[in-house]
Design a protein around this ligand. Sequence first.
Ligand code: ADP
Length: 473
Amino acid sequence: MTQTSAYSNELRADTATIMIPLIAIVTAMATLLWALAFESFALSWHLWLGVVLAIAAGVIGRYYLKQGQQALGTVIFTAVHLLIFFLIILKNWSPGSMVPYLFAILIIASSMFTQPDYGFITWGVSSILTALGISQHINESMSLAQNIAGPVVVNLFVAAAAYFSALEWQVAVESVSQLHIKAQHRRDELFTIQEELHLTNAKLMNVNEALEKARQTAVAERDLRTRFMNQVSHELRTPINTIVNFAHILSQGELGQVTERQIDYLTRIEKSGWHSMSVLNDLLDLAQMNAGEFKLKRQRVDLEAVCEEAMTSVRSLLENDDVDLIRDYPEVWPQVLVDPKRFQQALLNLLSNAAKYTDKGFITLRVRTHQHTATFAVEDTGIGIPEEHYETVFQEFRQLDETIARRRIGTGLGLPISRHLIERHGGTLTLHSTVGQGSTFTITLPLADNEETEEKISPKLVNVQTIAPEESI
Ligand code: ADP
């Protein structure tokens, strides 16, 4: 049995459970009142029997319905009522009596309470009983046919109507049941989804808590690292500065005469000191970059002055005269917003790299203005960089040919820091190179809008001084 027909059976049983006792009570009351109208029991015994039978049929029918035996309950109830009505017809029929039409109630009841076609069976039995009952009152067969024709035909129509409406009712109930089942499924699915959501929520909360803890740990670690770096920088700077300065003073002969050899050693001490200082500065920059604490003060600056400072600084780095420094400047300098110290740091890094990796030829600083951008290209005729390493050189601590790099002293931090600096200015740092022929590093920066003013500092042009390493942090 499908779930939907189970629903319609259930509904039938519910209807029958209410209707069967009700019909039984009505029959019992009607036969009782009728029986009381008769003067003697001999004439009305069948009606008294009707009272008893109607009550019994109601009780027994309801009992079986409650037991779940719907068909049996309905059949007993119908059979007993057929008997009662038959007895009444048998004893009290007279032409024009409406009693045979009462079978219609049983026809409707049986088709509604069991199966739609049970109404026809009841109709068949009721027609036979009508004919039997009426035949006791008339003799001629012709007149019998005339008298039973009316109730038989009317009851047949009732049976047909009951059949169709029971059928319609069944279809309606079944489609409603189907919808109900679907709704139940949906509800079950929703419950499952809701439970899953609760679970996912709980998991998310756990992950969130773990993330928050991790974040707090990371923040604490970052603070610790920054404090450590600041402390170390302070602790190292002072002695390095002292070493460098004293070595310089000694080498100048200000405190007494020094030999050639001593000057050589003192110069080496001074150089190494400056180098250590620049490595220290790079490491500090890197720490600040990673901690997200890098702050820029962008403003309109005298770019020519910035470039000139860098070019002058790089001149001293060139070991021989085989390398020419070429300035390819525009007539009108572009207007860009930069943090002068940081921009010069990036430019100087590119120029000093060019100086490190170029033995002969030239190093050019080319400045150009385009529609929306300004470019600063540092071109050299040095050893060059293979194309597959264009990105590698911008990674932290990466040096291409370590033997060359070591000979030329470096940390592998200059380019990543420079790129970070330029990107923080809203620009890009790109590379084009041919091995054995040279490299070109190009800084591209957006032009400042006419209305755009200095971000933070003074409205007048700033003339940048050479950046001594200890100032650059
Ligand atoms: P380093 O301190 O070693 O110079 P950088 O980050 O500045 O570190 O450069 C990374 C590497 O990129 C260098 O070790 C070198 O191999 C390569 N490089 C950088 N600039 C040049 C250049 N102009 N010509 C050839 N190679 C270069």
